[in-house]
Design a protein around this ligand. Structure first.
Ligand SMILES: Nc1ncnc2c1ncn2[C@@H]1O[C@H](COP(=O)(O)OP(=O)(O)OP(=O)(O)O)[C@@H](O)[C@H]1O
Length: 230
């Protein structure tokens, strides 16, 4: 199995593309979903956030008050680092388990869907390739304003807070241009899917895993026979 990164600018169509890959039966590991899961009540990160940030960043039902926490970390780089140091290792662990799960199921590749794929840099060295979803600037702004019910000023501020889309595009192996119709986007997704599905890169990991397994079981059986030999 090999890993493919999927990212894009805010509201350029990453989720739309992700759904199109899902329709082609490609497993998606969604960083946003995992990030929400690891802070649920009862989870280790949830407890650590309470300890470090206090009860006030929680709702009565034990869930995080995301809006308030968002405001706190937006205005304080130290707090942001502190929160990241709590959540990032948990997210990383959870993603590793998901990768193992899909590897066990025999998938050729899995897509790591993350809005901050390049910014966080955590997975970049493990990816075989990256896909960036792009669209025209004014369209990005319109879609963001419409989807999130934002004023133009707020939408521009959110776009500006991210790594420029042009920089993401320069780092990408594949760019999906999502300024046209959904059919246009679907056609590009299918093209990339066919390339990835025809790649033999997944064999490298399978063969390496097989060799490791053979070495391990071989080693264990030598140890057992040595231990129990008269
Ligand atoms: N090709 C398209 N034609 C028309 N509307 C589109 C197209 N692609 C996406 N949209 C719409 O644009 C908005 C943003 O798309 P989407 O949610 O997929 O973006 P995103 O990159 O995942 O956003 P974010 O990273 O902010 O969650 C949505 O309302 C979606 O329905």
């Amino acid at each position: 199995m090999f890993l493919v990164g999927l990212t894009g600018g805010i509201s350029t169509g990453k989720s739309t593309v992700s759904k199109l890959f899902t329709a082609l039966s490609v497993p998606i590991i969604d960083a946003d979903i995992i990030a929400r899961r690891v802070v649920q009540p009862g989870r280790r990160a949830n407890k650590r956030i309470r300890k470090n940030f206090g009860d006030e960043v929680f709702q009565a039902d034990g869930n995080l008050n995301r809006e308030l926490l968002g405001k706190i970390i937006f205005n304080d780089a130290n707090k942001r680092r502190q929160l990241n140091s709590i959540t990032h290792p948990e997210i990383f662990r959870e993603m590793c388990w998901e990768i193992l799960y899909y590897f066990g199921k025999g998938y050729k590749f899995v897509i790591m869907d993350s809005p901050l794929l390049f910014e966080s840099g955590t997975w970049v060295n493990y990816l075989k390739c990256t896909i960036v979803v792009s669209c025209e600037e004014n369209l990005q702004l319109q879609r963001l304003m419409q989807r999130n019910q934002l004023s133009e000023t707020d939408a521009v501020a959110r776009i500006k807070a991210q790594m420029p889309l042009s920089e993401k595009i320069s780092k990408a192996d594949y760019v999906i241009e999502n300024s046209g119709t959904l059919e246009d986007t679907k056609r590009q997704v299918t093209e990339i899917y066919n390339k990835l599905d025809n790649s033999k890169a997944y064999l490298t990991v399978r063969i390496s895993a097989f060799i490791l397994f053979a070495l391990f079981t071989g080693g264990v059986s030598v140890m057992i026979s040595w231990f129990f030999s008269p």
